[in-house]
Write a protein that binds this ligand. Structure first.
Ligand code: HEC
Length: 149
């Protein structure tokens, strides 16, 4: 009896660890979706003239991207390596195989976002700066994100 309780306890523990890993991975995915909303739905939309220039909205979008840059170093712990999520993308094993390379992409993204915060003052400076942020996203995705098939 005690033995089977221990076994059940151990199984439950295993289940809750998997759930926690799923949560961590889901949060990363949610953060990434938020990035896309702020870059595409706010900054690039203004560049294209789909939305009027709005400094407060620009600042809010840049703040979220900046928060992402700060979160990225801890967003993909070893424990989420094998977590498979629903969606079109997953993390590449290269995140853990090439930690220095991944850290370099994060640094580069962080630098471009923090420069953007001081540079973007009007539509012209937004037009000059926003594509560079998008390039940083693709630069990381190219190597460290996988398209699910
Ligand atoms: C340092 C690396 C890195 C940077 C920088 C980065 N991403 Fe990602 N992104 C990833 C990884 C890894 C995944 C796949 C795992 C995941 O979704 O959490 C991903 C997934 C995504 C996804 C797919 C989410 C889904 O639905 O599954 C979107 C959209 C996205 N990123 C947008 C962006 C945008 C926009 C930026 C720039 C503003 C950005 N990312 C910057 C690494 C990065």
């Amino acid at each position: 009896m005690i033995r089977s309780l221990v076994v059940v306890g151990a199984l439950l523990l295993g289940v809750s660890t998997v759930v926690a890993q799923q949560d961590v991975a889901k949060q990363s995915q949610a953060t990434m979706k938020e990035n896309a909303k702020n870059l595409g739905g706010v900054l690039i939309a203004m560049v294209k003239g789909e939305k009027p220039y709005d400094q407060a909205a620009v600042n809010a979008a840049l703040k979220q991207l900046d928060d992402t840059a700060k979160k990225l170093p801890s967003m993909f712990p070893e424990s989420v390596k094998n977590v498979k999520l629903e969606g079109d993308y997953s993390s590449s094993p290269k995140i853990w195989e090439d930690k220095a390379g991944f850290a370099a992409k994060i640094d580069s993204f962080a630098k471009v976002v923090s420069e953007a915060k001081t540079k973007i003052k009007d539509l012209d400076s937004l037009k000059a700066t926003a594509p560079g942020i998008g390039k940083e996203c693709s630069n990381c995705h190219e190597t460290f994100r996988l398209k699910s098939s």
